[in-house]
Design a protein around this ligand. Structure first.
Ligand code: GDP
Ligand code: MG
Length: 342
């Protein structure tokens, strides 16, 4: 059964960079991955593309032929893709049943908030057997201002309700957050979205005329109680691994055994199997779906890494990289010496 991610988010939120990072990470881990570029506005795609919408339709052709602007052209492309869904389906089938497919979606927000084409394409993918999660990237810069943070919360909530998929919201580019100034609260306040009424003070100072409106929106967000965020710094391995784990839990990939492993006989479906056998599968479930304990799983560690002690960590990492570089250079020199002596 194929698994996958719908990577959405505003233009510039880091979707294509994330897809590239994911490709590098999964290639290193030996996990299957295919990236599908569905964004006709992606001019130079940084990752190897398994399927590219450009071979179906290009935004330039649409703009020339139908005299549309870039935004209208892009919506046309999505509607065209929906009408020619079999083009996508045929190519996805070629990737096989065990594929892990990451879809790079155009940044136009209406596609994931109110336009119907993307939603219907996603619906058909799910019907055809795909286990998908929506990965919604939002630039972490927005948490530095209370009213922008509210817009991001509303956008995330709307996207969750529109796409109707298991959903992972992500504050991207968290490595840059420090340069935008001090946060009013610790990072966990923004990622856990627990008690937004604390924002009232900041809102009434920055936009006093809209305080009542902002507070009404806050109570709406809290009523749904759906939005929360993971964080991402794409070049940080721990951050990518943690996000991958969170997405694997959303799609159910955590329960997929490695291809080479044998399924213990009679463990899951057979109620007459000895309890010791069944115990194994329960342990798998509780450890796979239990509390996450990897290095990026505590948002206080993220706060320390990227906000409180960023300079110290950066200096430490630089020193480690230098050491690694020197080791590689010494190894190469040693090998050269041996070869020359021979
Ligand atoms: N510092 C930093 N920059 C990032 C990160 N992710 C993306 N970017 C930069 O953000 C810009 C926009 O990224 P892109 O992937 O093209 O965004 P897209 O429009 O959503 O596909 C590029 O200049 C990226 O290099 C990140 O995690 N950290
Ligand atoms: Mg892009």
């Amino acid at each position: 059964m194929p698994f996958g991610e719908i990577v959405c988010g505003a233009p510039g939120s880091g979707k294509s960079t994330y897809c590239y990072g994911k490709h590098q990470l999964f290639s290193a881990l030996g996990r299957p991955i295919s990236i599908v570029n569905l964004d006709p506005a992606n001019e130079s795609v940084p990752y190897p593309c398994a399927i590219d919408i450009a071979s179906l339709i290009t935004i330039q052709d649409v703009m020339n032929e139908h005299h549309l602007g870039p935004n209208g052209g892009l919506l046309y492309c999505m509607e065209y893709l929906e009408a020619n869904y079999d083009w996508l389906e045929d190519r996805l089938e070629e990737l096989g049943k065990d594929a892990y497919v990451v879809f790079d979606i155009p940044g136009q927000v209406e596609l994931s908030t109110n336009h119907e084409s993307l939603r219907r394409i996603v619906e058909r993918l799910v019907k055809s057997g795909f286990r998908l999660a929506a990965v919604h990237l939002c630039d972490a810069h927005y948490v530095t201002d209370a009213s922008k943070y509210i817009s991001v919360l509303l956008l995330s909530l709307r996207t969750m309700l529109h796409l109707e998929l298991p959903h992972v919201n992500v504050l991207s580019k968290v490595d840059l957050i420090k340069q935008y100034g001090d946060l009013d609260f610790n990072l966990d306040f923004y990622t856990e979205v627990q008690d937004l009424s604390y924002l009232e003070n900041a809102l009434s100072t920055s936009t006093p005329r809209f305080t009542a409106l902002n507070m009404a929106m806050i109570s709406l967000i809290e009523d749904y109680s759906l939005v929360g965020f993971e964080t991402l710094a794409v070049e940080d391995k721990a951050s990518m691994l943690h996000l991958t784990h969170a997405i694997d839990r959303a799609t159910g990939y955590v329960f997929v055994p490695p291809p080479a492993s044998n399924v213990p006989p009679g463990t899951v479906d057979d109620p007459s199997a000895p309890s010791a056998d069944r115990g194994n599968s329960y342990a798998l479930f509780s450890s796979a779906a239990g509390q996450m304990r990897d290095p990026g799983s505590d948002v206080r560690d993220i706060q320390e890494r990227w906000i409180d002690s960023k300079e110290d960590y950066d200096a430490y990492e630089k020193a480690q990289w230098r050491k690694e570089g020197e080791m590689v250079r010494d190894e190469a020199a040693k090998k050269n010496n041996i070869r020359e002596r021979k």
